[in-house]
Design a protein around this ligand. Sequence first.
Ligand code: RB5
Length: 151
Amino acid sequence: MKIAIGNDHAGVDLKNSLLEHLMEKGHTVDDYGTNSTEKVNYPVYAETVAKKVVSGEYDCGILICGTGVGISIAANKVKGARAAACSEPSTARLVKEHNDANIICIGARMIGEQMATDIVDAYMGATFEGGRHIKRLDMVRAIEENGTCME
Ligand code: RB5
């Protein structure tokens, strides 16, 4: 898979660890995050990665900040982004199977390296189930496009 990864200052070490893991597994990973622990603003990295994923340049994105939440809120402001903050592998699998999440977000200050690796592997190993979930995603898109999913 072709993956775009991004992070703020809280996520540098975890990003490097996940980058190495994903490349060992044969994925192509491009790094759009900071590599410094100097304080930066997470929306910059969220916007960059989300736009690259939504444009189709990448199959999916991984975003890392302190909690995984700020960067997911920001990424979800990009039209077409479905960014899900995950703190354990079952959620990571389900956000792909049910929500067709195109970005997962991880909190480097909340979870350890092994859990983060398991989260990424669970997400990468999952496939969107389609079926009943298609209508729901269409409704999510309707909110984005028209401000409402209600007829
Ligand atoms: C940065 O200190 C921190 O606020 C950020 O990494 C993130 O946790 C925001 O949601």
